[in-house]
Design a protein around this ligand. Structure first.
Ligand code: XMP
Length: 512
């Protein structure tokens, strides 16, 4: 396995993605990690990420000495390369010369990193993003690729198996970057590339069995990708020792609750408690218009209802959660200070402490795409594995103003038509998330010869890779006309349709 030491780059996670795609297991740890822990991890190779600091700055992050003591292959990327040079006796210049974006490097020598991908004498496109640059190599190194802005674009000390690249091989804008990383992990570090989802499934099942023993596990199931995959995996490991609790807050989309029950109880034979708690949630939300109060009310009630059901089951020692790797990576932060709360996200945080349970988190080493692959490996249907994200507070945050059963029904109908059309047009997988919002306004319209005075709705569809930023999906007008026509004709009570064309930022994906 490979260790990635993080120096705070925005794209460190991409290094891990590329390494894992080549079948090699890796983890990301901060550069400040205790050296004993690094040694105990026993990586076959170490990758040093980029980062925003300058190696010549006063508190410049340093590569822990243990990295050199272990004598394993090291690849420094951008800041990682500069730190490598500086600490091994080279020189780095902080200058006005900044280089951002697309650049070309010329390959001047053969190198183990280039095997089968880059040839001597060739020119390769790469993606640069740096202010500092290496100006003198440490003893033992030679230059194997150069660019105009970076005379030491790739440097290598093949004796000690130390490598440095000035650009970012992990991003897609470096077309052959993945091959370079693969050469490092496979050819230089000698990893075999046998880490697959099938292998992960076997390993994780054994791990769950060992952790749980004869104990009982409860798992909150929402129908979303993460909890679904966690539940099916745990069920495969311990069968009847797992019980899933599905708290139905009454604000799910059309047909969703039935689908959860038929898939997990029907198809997978998982013990499932389906608690219809819509009365409790809707009466607590009666008249509530403030988005944060909606979110907090739902979060609190969810925990209460879940706890009530868990208590009825009696005596489970373990709580399963679909925690993913991005939630557990210890991040390197140079900004400090708390960030502002834009929205309080609804999750089951706090439950394990309250209920005094141990956690089972079988997905905590996986990225979202890997969870989807694992789900497919486990035979979970595509409509669940490939589904768009859906927020914990459900449709409540897509109805600005007070929530009623009537409004929920109206919104479900609009949402269904919109998604039907998206699927029919073959666009579902190209979109990160698509949904409808019921607007708290009535507007005048004309249908046939009559005047209407009904509600307006908004449609939203965005593309994104992680939900942190998002672009509006550029539907063609023909598609939007068709959807709007169907909604106004088929959903009684709606006479106007708008399309939300706000990206994130400045908008958020959900309206509340
Ligand atoms: P925003 O609206 O903040 O949403 O741009 C980013 C992503 O997060 C989802 N979302 C939530 N997911 N609980 C969740 O599990 C929540 O409370 C929640 N609020 C927003 C949202 O749907 C989008 O994918």
């Amino acid at each position: 396995r490979i260790l990635i030491l993080d120096f705070g780059s925005q794209v460190t996670q991409l290094i891990a993605r590329r390494v894992r795609e080549s079948g090699v297991y890796c983890e990301i740890w901060p550069f400040t990690t205790d050296p004993a822990r690094i040694k105990a991890f026993a990586p076959r190779g170490i990758i040093l990420s980029g980062g925003p600091a300058s190696v010549n700055g006063p508190d410049a992050p340093r590569i822990p000495e243990i990295v050199f003591d272990m004598a394993v292959p090291v690849l420094g990327i951008c800041y990682g390369q500069q730190a490598l040079c500086k600490q091994l006796g080279g020189e780095v210049e902080s200058g006005d010369h900044r280089e951002f974006g697309r650049a070309f490097v010329d390959i001047v020598e053969d190198c183990a990193l280039f095997r089968g991908a880059w040839a001597r004498g060739g020119r390769e496109q790469v993606w640069m993003s740096h202010g500092d640059r290496v100006t003198a190599m440490p003893p033992g190194f030679r230059t194997v690729a150069v660019s105009e802005g970076a005379p030491f674009a790739v440097i290598a000390d093949e004796g000690r198996r130390l490598y440095g690249v000035q650009f970012h091989p992990e991003v897609v804008h470096t077309p052959h970057g993945a091959a370079l990383l693969r050469n490092f992990t496979h050819n230089v570090a000698g990893c075999s590339g046998t880490w697959t989802m099938a292998g992960f499934r076997e390993m994780e099942i054994a791990r769950i069995r060992e952790q749980v023993g004869k104990g009982h596990v409860i798992c909150g199931l929402s129908g979303g990708v993460d909890s679904s995959v966690a539940a099916v995996l745990i069920h495969e490991a311990i069968g009847e020792q797992l019980t899933c609790i599905f708290v139905d807050h009454g604000m799910l989309r059309a047909g969703e609750a039935e689908e959860v029950v038929s898939t997990f109880q029907g198809q997978f034979n998982i013990r499932l408690v389906h608690r219809d708690a819509s009365d409790i949630f809707l009466s607590a939300l009666d008249g509530v218009t403030d988005p944060e109060i909606k979110r907090k009310t739902i979060g609190r009630l969810f925990v209460e209802v879940f706890e009530e059901e868990a208590t009825k089951l009696g005596g489970a020692q373990f709580l399963a959660q679909g925690t993913l790797y991005p939630d557990v990576i210890e991040s390197v932060s140079f900004t400090g200070g708390p960030s502002v709360t834009i929205k309080s996200h609804h999750n089951v945080g706090g439950l394990p402490e309250r209920m005094n349970m141990k956690l089972v988190e079988p997905l905590r080493e996986l990225f979202k795409d890997e969870v989807r692959d694992l789900g497919r490996e486990l035979g979970i249907p595509e409509n669940i594995v490939g589904r768009h994200p859906f927020p914990g507070p459900g449709l409540s945050i897509r109805i600005p103003g007070a929530i009623t059963r009537e409004k929920l029904d109206l919104l479900r109908k609009v949402d269904t038509v919109f998604l039907e059309e998206i699927r029919a047009a073959g666009l579902y997988d190209a979109i990160w998330q698509a949904f409808a919002v019921l607007l708290p306004v009535r507007t005048v319209g004309v249908m046939g010869d009559g005047r209407t005075y009904d509600q307006a709705c908004a449609l939203r569809a965005v593309t994104s890779t992680d939900g942190m930023t998002a672009d509006v999906y550029p539907f063609d007008m023909g598609f939007l006309n068709r959807v709007a026509g169907r909604i106004v004709n088929e959903v009684r009570g709606i006479n106007r349709v708008t399309y939300d064309i706000t990206s994130k930022p400045p908008g958020t994906i959900e309206w509340e």
